[in-house]
Design a protein around this ligand. Structure first.
Ligand SMILES: N[C@@H](CCC(=O)N[C@@H](CS)C(=O)NCC(=O)O)C(=O)O
Ligand SMILES: [Fe+2]
Length: 292
């Protein structure tokens, strides 16, 4: 089995980790979870992170074959549409994105949104396989953090995004609309059933105690040391812990900005008749206000 090369690109503004996974033999590659920069104070959008990924692809002579998202992100915009416009490479996400589209189309009162997933070139089901050059890739349905989350298993590398984080950081939250602690538990159990030496690449690193950002571990390291999985080792303990902790977490600062872009494939809202694009924020639609 070919061992893919994995290059990680950490975005300190959103603590996101973006990846370029490539086949060292054929130079074929995929981008996983690219970030489109957004400054909520000024309303500005920028492509610093996405362009860094493109520069890497270019300078390493890689052939971009896929632009992959693991889930509709709640804390940043996806750069999938921008990268597709720039490169022509196909985009993909999990097939249950259509359920997330329906859920959030209601929240935004957005009847015009197509809720059939047609904003992506491919919707992946559990068990679907595809290739990146000579690399075999397989999709695992990993709901819990969102109801559309998937894991991409490329050779020995699992892109698990927001299921487990680094062992010292535990697991992802499950309180967004459509989230489920019980589903996350089952998804994590499936990931932990992969071979012990499977490399685990996480979607965020929140740098506990200010340590430097980290993103790579193994299944064995997660099983031995993940602070949530070792402390809450059964389903009912984990679910009770996760739901309790989730009640204490404020919403991500960009959740209402990001979902309207990300359920539309990473496309910004169309300009209005003055040429200006606008975001729409529902008032009092979500729990999780943090007043202090
Ligand atoms: N403070 C961050 C929070 C982001 C957040 O909620 N991240 C999710 C993943 S999208 C998570 O699982 N966080 C785990 C935690 O905060 O314990 C923000 O406002 O963006
Ligand atoms: Fe997330």
């Amino acid at each position: 089995m070919t061992r893919p090369d994995v290059a990680a690109f950490f975005d300190p503004r959103t603590w996101s980790v973006q990846y370029v996974v490539s086949d060292p033999k054929t130079r074929a590659c995929a981008i996983v979870d690219p970030v489109l920069d957004f400054d909520e104070k000024s309303g500005a959008v920028a492509t610093g992170n996405a362009d860094r990924l493109l520069d890497f692809v270019r300078t390493q002579n890689l052939d971009l074959q896929w632009i992959l998202d693991t889930h509709p992100h709640a804390d940043h915009f996806s750069a999938a549409a921008y990268l597709k416009d720039k490169t022509g490479a196909p985009t993909a996400i999990g097939t249950h994105i259509v359920d997330v589209q329906k859920l959030w189309a209601d929240i935004y009162n957005w009847s015009q949104l197509k809720t059939d997933g047609s904003q992506w070139d491919r919707l992946f089901d559990h068990g679907d396989t595809f290739r990146i050059g000579n690399l075999d890739a397989r999709v695992m349905f990993s709901p819990g953090h969102t109801l559309a989350s998937i894991t991409y298993l490329v050779g020995d590398a699992a892109f698990v995004h927001d299921t487990v984080f680094m062992p010292d950081s535990g697991t992802a939250r499950t309180d967004f609309p459509g989230g489920s602690a019980k589903a996350l538990w089952a998804s994590i159990r499936d990931i932990m059933a992969l071979a012990d030496d499977t490399r685990i690449f996480v979607g965020h690193d929140y740098q506990p105690d200010g340590r430097k950002p980290l993103w790579e571990s193994t299944v064995a390291e997660q099983k031995a040391g993940n602070i949530h999985l070792t402390r809450y080792a059964g389903e009912s303990e984990f679910v009770a812990f996760r739901e309790g902790r989730d009640r204490t977490l404020p919403m991500p600062k960009l959740i209402l900005h990001a979902l309207q872009v990300n359920i539309n494939g990473g496309r910004l809202p169309e300009p209005e008749d003055n040429g200006q694009r606008y975001l729409k924020l529902p008032i009092d639609a979500l729990k999780g206000a943090a007043w202090s």
